[in-house]
Design a protein around this ligand. Structure first.
Ligand SMILES: [Zn+2]
Length: 281
């Protein structure tokens, strides 16, 4: 037998040995004292003819031990990947903490948003997003943030950005920097453009918004847009620059109307009430 091979087999054998191992009289192979399954196997007949008789194998408990270790490593990798996706998605925004599970109330709108996340595979394939529109403080951004986190849990990449930040970034960057930024908006599986209409209302701003929306649409990947602009206004915008932006969005984003009470105002009044109670002892 090849001496190097013999050494290798001896080394594996040593690593595969435990004090309570035993030789099974019926087949002459070494067995594990714990799980009582073989730690050795015979080589095929042609190799046996060349002098190679047995080789080490993993007994049941060793295989299970390895599988547990592997599962732990995979889980660790999944968690690290998820942490990275979340840090890339939000850039220090509170939205990183917004979740369907921790919502104080599940409004019909939030339920629809959840449905979007639950049926993500189909929407992703079809390139269909959502337009979350309605008055200030009705939970549109919150719903979008919940969708983002639900998808990140499934290791999908998401980018949540304010529309005005996008325009500002484009204004401050030129040439390759702007291209680079534009590419970063196209890369994630889901792009969330928060608060359309809050950006600079200039022809430059509108041009950039159209660019982003149009390019995103061409990638075939979904986007979610939130806005205070009523759907009726979007559908009949007099300004042609606005019109072509809204038309593009409505081509691929199914609207959800957010109405009802202003959550932020609700929170504020609760805070004021609490403050009043404290002051009055
Ligand atoms: Zn064993």
């Amino acid at each position: 037998m090849n001496p190097i091979f013999t050494k290798m087999v001896d080394a594996v054998e040593a690593a595969n040995a435990a004090p309570d191992d035993y030789i099974n009289a019926s087949d002459g192979l070494k067995y594990c004292g714990k799980c009582r399954t073989p730690k050795e196997a015979f080589f095929p007949a042609d190799l046996q003819a060349q002098g190679f008789t047995k080789h080490p194998v993993m007994c049941k408990c060793a295989a299970e031990r390895r599988e547990r270790k592997e599962a732990k490593r995979r889980e660790y990798e999944r968690m690290s990947h998820m942490t990275m996706l979340r840090s890339e998605a939000f850039h220090d925004m509170p939205a990183a903490l917004w979740r369907f599970e921790s919502a104080a109330v599940t409004t019909p709108q939030l339920a629809k948003a959840r449905g979007y996340a639950q049926n993500w595979d189909e929407f992703k394939k079809a390139g269909i997003g959502r337009l979350l529109f309605g008055n200030v403080g009705t939970g549109k951004s919150y719903a979008a943030g919940c969708i983002a986190n639900a998808l990140i849990d499934r290791l999908e990449s998401v980018l949540f950005v304010g529309m005005s930040d996008v325009v500002n970034r484009m204004q401050g960057n030129f040439g390759t920097d702007r291209d680079h930024y534009m590419k970063s908006l196209m890369r994630p599986d889901l792009l969330i453009l928060d608060d359309l209409g809050a950006e600079r209302n200039t022809s430059f701003g509108k041009e950039r918004v159209f660019d982003v929306v149009d390019k995103r649409l061409l990638t075939g990947k979904p986007m979610i847009v939130t806005t205070n602009i009523p759907l009726s206004v979007m559908k009949q915008a007099a300004d042609l620059d606005d019109r072509r932006i809204f038309d593009r969005i409505l081509e691929v984003c199914v609207p959800i109307r957010f109405d009802g009470e202003n959550f932020r105002k609700g929170n504020a009044s609760a805070n004021i009430k609490k403050a009043a109670e404290m002051l009055n002892g």
